[in-house]
Ligand binder design. Structure first.
Ligand code: THU
Length: 130
Protein backbone atom coordinates (compact mmCIF):
# COMPACT_ATOMS: atom_id res chain seq x y z
CA UNK A 1 0.00 0.00 0.00
CA UNK A 2 1.29 3.46 -0.87
CA UNK A 3 1.82 5.60 2.21
CA UNK A 4 0.00 8.91 2.28
CA UNK A 5 2.60 10.69 4.41
CA UNK A 6 0.85 14.06 4.15
CA UNK A 7 -2.31 12.64 5.72
CA UNK A 8 -0.36 10.76 8.39
CA UNK A 9 1.69 13.82 9.32
CA UNK A 10 -1.41 16.01 9.41
CA UNK A 11 -3.06 13.53 11.80
CA UNK A 12 0.01 13.56 14.07
CA UNK A 13 0.12 17.37 14.10
CA UNK A 14 -3.60 17.54 14.80
CA UNK A 15 -3.53 15.15 17.77
CA UNK A 16 -0.41 16.85 19.14
CA UNK A 17 -2.68 19.80 20.01
CA UNK A 18 -4.57 17.51 22.40
CA UNK A 19 -1.46 16.43 24.31
CA UNK A 20 -1.82 16.75 28.09
CA UNK A 21 1.62 18.00 29.08
CA UNK A 22 1.21 20.57 31.88
CA UNK A 23 4.47 19.49 33.57
CA UNK A 24 6.90 19.35 30.64
CA UNK A 25 5.04 21.65 28.22
CA UNK A 26 6.44 19.21 25.64
CA UNK A 27 3.60 18.16 23.39
CA UNK A 28 3.89 15.15 21.12
CA UNK A 29 1.45 13.62 18.64
CA UNK A 30 1.72 10.28 16.88
CA UNK A 31 -0.21 8.79 13.96
CA UNK A 32 0.10 5.13 13.08
CA UNK A 33 -1.08 3.76 9.75
CA UNK A 34 -2.58 0.29 10.04
CA UNK A 35 -2.54 -2.34 7.31
CA UNK A 36 -6.30 -1.79 6.93
CA UNK A 37 -5.65 1.80 5.87
CA UNK A 38 -6.97 3.26 9.10
CA UNK A 39 -4.97 5.81 11.05
CA UNK A 40 -4.67 5.56 14.85
CA UNK A 41 -3.55 8.57 16.82
CA UNK A 42 -2.11 9.19 20.26
CA UNK A 43 -0.77 12.10 22.28
CA UNK A 44 1.33 12.16 25.42
CA UNK A 45 -0.65 12.16 28.66
CA UNK A 46 1.25 13.28 31.76
CA UNK A 47 0.44 12.84 35.42
CA UNK A 48 1.21 14.59 38.73
CA UNK A 49 2.95 11.32 39.56
CA UNK A 50 5.40 11.93 36.73
CA UNK A 51 6.41 8.34 36.10
CA UNK A 52 2.87 7.45 35.06
CA UNK A 53 3.19 9.56 31.92
CA UNK A 54 2.49 7.73 28.67
CA UNK A 55 4.05 8.82 25.39
CA UNK A 56 2.15 9.66 22.23
CA UNK A 57 3.57 6.69 20.33
CA UNK A 58 2.49 4.08 22.86
CA UNK A 59 -0.98 5.58 23.11
CA UNK A 60 -1.31 5.31 19.32
CA UNK A 61 -0.25 1.63 19.39
CA UNK A 62 -2.60 0.79 22.26
CA UNK A 63 -5.49 2.55 20.57
CA UNK A 64 -4.88 0.56 17.37
CA UNK A 65 -4.68 -2.75 19.21
CA UNK A 66 -7.90 -1.95 21.06
CA UNK A 67 -9.56 -1.51 17.66
CA UNK A 68 -8.28 -4.90 16.50
CA UNK A 69 -5.40 -3.65 14.34
CA UNK A 70 -1.99 -5.26 14.91
CA UNK A 71 -0.12 -4.74 11.66
CA UNK A 72 1.34 -1.38 10.83
CA UNK A 73 2.64 0.32 7.72
CA UNK A 74 4.05 3.66 8.88
CA UNK A 75 4.37 6.05 11.82
CA UNK A 76 4.46 9.85 11.92
CA UNK A 77 5.54 11.69 15.09
CA UNK A 78 4.90 15.41 15.51
CA UNK A 79 6.96 17.30 18.07
CA UNK A 80 8.67 20.61 18.64
CA UNK A 81 11.34 19.78 16.09
CA UNK A 82 12.35 16.97 13.77
CA UNK A 83 14.55 15.36 16.42
CA UNK A 84 11.75 14.08 18.69
CA UNK A 85 12.52 10.39 18.22
CA UNK A 86 10.43 7.74 20.00
CA UNK A 87 11.85 6.85 23.44
CA UNK A 88 13.29 3.42 24.16
CA UNK A 89 10.09 2.13 25.76
CA UNK A 90 8.03 3.12 22.72
CA UNK A 91 10.55 1.52 20.36
CA UNK A 92 10.19 -1.75 22.24
CA UNK A 93 6.38 -1.57 22.18
CA UNK A 94 6.42 -0.86 18.43
CA UNK A 95 8.79 -3.81 17.92
CA UNK A 96 6.18 -6.12 19.45
CA UNK A 97 4.04 -5.53 16.36
CA UNK A 98 6.47 -4.55 13.59
CA UNK A 99 9.64 -6.09 12.24
CA UNK A 100 10.40 -2.77 10.65
CA UNK A 101 8.43 0.42 10.19
CA UNK A 102 9.17 3.60 8.26
CA UNK A 103 8.98 6.60 10.59
CA UNK A 104 8.90 10.32 9.90
CA UNK A 105 9.49 12.87 12.63
CA UNK A 106 8.11 16.31 11.91
CA UNK A 107 8.74 19.60 13.67
CA UNK A 108 6.48 22.60 14.20
CA UNK A 109 8.09 24.34 11.22
CA UNK A 110 7.46 21.34 8.95
CA UNK A 111 11.07 20.11 9.04
CA UNK A 112 11.25 16.32 8.71
CA UNK A 113 13.58 13.45 9.55
CA UNK A 114 13.11 10.03 8.00
CA UNK A 115 14.08 6.95 9.96
CA UNK A 116 12.79 3.47 10.68
CA UNK A 117 12.20 1.18 13.62
CA UNK A 118 15.00 -1.09 12.37
CA UNK A 119 17.38 1.84 12.55
CA UNK A 120 16.17 3.03 15.98
CA UNK A 121 16.02 -0.43 17.57
CA UNK A 122 18.23 -2.95 15.79
CA UNK A 123 18.26 -6.50 17.17
CA UNK A 124 15.02 -5.96 19.08
CA UNK A 125 13.98 -8.45 21.73
CA UNK A 126 10.92 -10.32 20.48
CA UNK A 127 8.60 -13.11 21.49
CA UNK A 128 10.62 -15.76 19.61
CA UNK A 129 13.67 -14.92 21.75
CA UNK A 130 12.04 -15.85 25.04
N1 THU B 1 7.29 12.05 24.86
C1 THU B 1 6.49 11.47 23.92
O1 THU B 1 5.26 11.49 24.04
N2 THU B 1 7.08 10.88 22.86
C2 THU B 1 8.41 10.95 22.57
O2 THU B 1 8.82 10.47 21.53
C3 THU B 1 9.33 11.59 23.52
C4 THU B 1 8.72 12.01 24.81
C5 THU B 1 6.65 12.80 25.95
C6 THU B 1 6.72 12.20 27.32
C7 THU B 1 6.57 13.42 28.20
O3 THU B 1 5.19 13.73 28.35
C8 THU B 1 7.21 14.53 27.40
O4 THU B 1 7.27 14.07 26.06
C9 THU B 1 8.58 14.93 27.88
O5 THU B 1 9.39 13.85 28.01
Amino acid sequence: MAINWDALIAAAQQVRKKAYAPYSQFQVGAALLGKSGRIYVGCNVENASYGLTICAERNAVFSAVAEGEREFIALAVAGKDEQVFPCGACRQVLAEFCNDLPIRIVGEDGSQTETSLGELLPKAFRFEHR
